[in-house]
Ligand binder design. Structure first.
Ligand code: TTP
Ligand code: MG
Length: 357
């Protein structure tokens, strides 16, 4: 059984600003271009939920947002706080969150700065997947002080729509058998791929809900919308076979291996570790980078608890022997009480070189 989750942070840029500036807490916040006292020509990147009550949302002209804020002020409400886009900060926070999510799955795909798909099929049931996602939400709240919404479904399409279903701070589970019924009452715009233009074409034909779309034959939808019509025919029935595609970022080069059987046999594990080092080193040698400075290893136990340990050298290094020796040093504590007090068997080991230059 396939189980896919989709996580999307709530009012992401604005939530990060609110988190980092105590004086903003509880106030309407708009992140975007400079409003220039109502004359600004840019747009809103995002607004927190408080500012959304004023009608301010992503992609709205910033001058409109200013106007709505002024109206609110006249009505005795707090005016919105307008902030520029601090992309570097949001990217950093984004990486922290992705690192947390990656602990929950071996297959994940970052879909945008604040959303990610990850596979939870290994948990075996939607109940277990829900439990894991509750834990994940709590972990993100505890560690990053941010809220997110998660959808769990039988494929990426349903997971994505489900994560949006109870925003903010939502968790929505839609099983295989519930998927078609879940979609039917939704407006067609909720289907990814239906933008304002397609929506208009369909609305003009009296099609507003997903349920209305199901009355059309495959051929009719293709005639109306071209190739997308074919995809749409499947989508409105909850069918989606797209894979989770992991992005390969060039900031680090790493490999991991899941063992056939969980093990704590030092010979077996060190042999696989050396093999991973060789593979990583070959990729590093071909990458065009000359040096690395950080070596990190990841160990996942049979119960999915995952730990990473890293060593950063004060100077650049470039030898395979260093990679082998240092990763072994990082691994050894996992055989005894230092990193493995309960002597748990190991499921997966990974090796990574970072700080490439
Ligand atoms: P979204 O996830 O679409 O929006 P959001 O996280 O602000 O709000 P929510 O998910 O709770 O509805 O986008 C993530 C970030 O991407 C958002 O915080 C800012 C940025 N963004 C833009 O810069 N311009 C846009 O038009 C959109 C939609 C998002
Ligand atoms: Mg979001």
């Amino acid at each position: 059984m396939r189980i896919v989750a989709h996580i999307d942070m709530d009012a992401f840029f604005a939530s990060v600003e609110e988190r980092d500036n105590e004086r903003f807490v509880g106030l309407p916040i708009v992140v975007g271009s400079d409003p220039e006292g109502g004359k600004g020509r840019g747009v809103v990147s995002t607004a927190n939920y408080k500012a959304r009550e004023y009608g301010i949302r992503s992609a709205l002209p910033i001058s409109k947002a200013w106007e709505y804020s002024e109206n609110a002020k006249r009505a005795g409400k707090p005016p919105a706080i307008f902030l520029g886009v601090n992309m570097r900060l949001y990217s950093d926070v984004s990486s922290h969150i992705m690192e947390i999510v990656e602990q929950y799955s071996e297959e994940f795909e970052q879909a945008s700065v604040d959303e990610m798909y990850f596979d939870l099929s290994h948990l075996g049931s939607f109940e277990e997947a829900e439990r894991a996602c509750k834990k994940l939400k709590k972990e993100i709240k505890d560690r990053e002080r941010l809220s997110c919404s998660i959808g769990i479904g039988p494929n990426k399409l349903i997971a994505k729509i489900a994560s949006d279903f109870q925003k903010p701070d939502g968790l929505t589970v839609v099983t295989n058998s519930e998927a078609e019924k879940f979609l039917e009452p939704l407006t067609i715009r909720k289907i990814p791929g239906i933008g304002p233009k397609t929506e208009e074409i369909l609305n003009n034909k009296g099609i507003n809900k997903v349920k209305d779309l199901k009355k059309f034959e495959l051929g009719e939808l293709k005639e109306l919308l071209g190739k997308f019509g074919g995809d749409l025919y499947l989508k409105v029935r909850g069918i989606d076979n797209t894979e989770i595609v992991e992005e390969h970022e060039a900031k680090s080069i790493g490999e991991q291996e899941t063992f056939m059987q969980n093990t704590l046999d030092a010979n077996v594990i060190t042999e696989r570790l050396n093999h991973l080092c060789t593979t990583v080193f070959k990729r590093f040698a071909k990458s065009g980078f000359k040096y690395f400075r950080t070596i990190s290893i990841t160990v996942r136990f049979g119960d999915f608890e995952t730990k990473s340990r890293a060593h950063t050298f004060s100077e650049n290094v470039k030898e395979l022997s260093v990679l082998e020796f240092e990763s072994l040093k990082l691994l050894l504590p996992f055989f005894d009480a230092r990193e493995n007090p309960k002597r748990k068997a190991i499921r997966l080991v990974g090796v990574k070189v970072e700080k490439l230059s």
